[in-house]
Design a protein around this ligand. Structure first.
Ligand SMILES: [Zn+2]
Ligand SMILES: [Zn+2]
Length: 169
């Protein structure tokens, strides 16, 4: 859904229909569940506030299996027209959540995708206490119990020990 900034009425614009947005995410495993956004214009600035809820899928940080999760993101962004050159952007210290729009057009779907990405868990886990991959054989220890030693001997360390043994005491 692309909104033309000059078309945003003075009383603001609400985006609440998930179906009206079409496909929001490039990743087909991600799905927008609910959205409640308010677009308000102040001169050339557009303020977008509200909340969204989505199901996302990331690789588990330990075993790399896809791990679906539900995220809720609070949205509070100010969008300003993209300047012609980057170096005349002057952002105040409190303008952390500033984004740009170009050619009078605001891509709501892209904004939703960006906000969802920001809300992703930093260390996704497929389950509490995921056992991860075996560092020796690479097997998924949630699925197979391999017989690999827990700590493989470091070949560099072994070489050092051999060297130490051969040194005169
Ligand atoms: Zn896992
Ligand atoms: Zn193993």
């Amino acid at each position: 859904m692309v909104v033309r900034v000059p078309d945003i009425p003075s009383e603001g614009l609400s985006v609440t229909e998930v179906d009206a947005l079409g496909s929001v995410y490039r990743d087909p495993a991600w799905r927008l569940l609910a959205v409640r956004l308010r677009l308000e214009r102040d001169g050339l600035d557009v303020f977008v506030t509200g909340e969204l809820r989505a199901t996302v899928s990331q690789a588990c940080g330990r075993c790399l299996e896809p791990s679906p999760a539900e995220v809720t993101a609070a949205v509070d962004v100010r969008l300003v027209p993209r300047p012609a050159t980057a170096d005349n952007v002057e952002l105040a210290a409190d303008d952390l959540d500033v984004d740009f729009y170009a050619e009078d057009e605001l891509d709501v779907n892209a904004l939703i995708e960006a906000e969802t990405t920001l809300a992703l868990p930093m260390k996704p886990l497929c389950r509490e206490g995921c056992l991860g991959l075996c560092p020796v054989c690479g097997g998924n220890r949630n699925v197979v119990q391999c017989a690999c030693p827990q700590r493989p001997p470091d070949p560099r360390l072994t070489a050092l020990k051999d060297l130490a043994a051969r040194l005169p005491h």
